[in-house]
Design a protein around this ligand. Structure first.
Ligand SMILES: [Zn+2]
Length: 157
């Protein structure tokens, strides 16, 4: 039993020590107006509008939150990273979708090939058409607007 616990403790230590560090994600508490780490919550269910994720606040405490929905869990890692940064960027005050995209791309510091991979996923899957609402920040329309407005210093369209 004692041995079992020790092995478990080592396993957990190793798992956490080796886990890649996620970029910090902060927002403003809607009640206290203080800066606070965003609480990230993973849902097995789908969003009614089929969003990948949503930036919101805890209704009771005001803590900034991001909810990730089922579609997020099945997306490729590079797109998941983009979605997370996009939602973090909403919490940093980028309310406009394109502004949040630009903020996300700046935070990600992607190589040219990384940008190409992200672009091809977004355009080829046209993630906008997979949502039930016309969300102008996504899909091929997203990419051309983002490419025009972000001024990333590289051509991405
Ligand atoms: Zn958004």
């Amino acid at each position: 039993m004692r041995f079992g616990l020790a092995v478990l403790a080592i396993f957990y230590f190793t798992a956490f020590a080796c886990a890649p560090a996620l970029a910090a994600c902060y927002g403003t508490n809607s009640k206290t107006k203080q800066r606070q780490a965003v609480q990230e919550i993973y849902r097995a269910s789908s969003h009614p509008k089929r969003y990948f994720a949503q930036a919101t606040h805890d209704a009771r405490t005001g803590r900034p939150q991001i909810f990730y929905y089922r579609r997020y869990s099945t997306a490729p890692a590079h797109f998941k990273r983009f979605v997370r940064h996009h939602e973090c960027c909403h919490h940093l005050g980028n309310h406009n979708e394109i502004a949040a995209n630009c903020c996300a791309l700046r935070r990600m510091r992607l190589s040219t090939s990384g940008l190409t991979a992200l672009r091809s996923y977004i355009v080829s899957r046209d993630v906008n058409s997979q949502t039930k609402v016309d969300h102008k920040g996504q899909g091929s329309a997203f990419w051309s607007k983002t490419a025009r407005q972000c001024n990333l210093g590289v051509r991405i369209d």
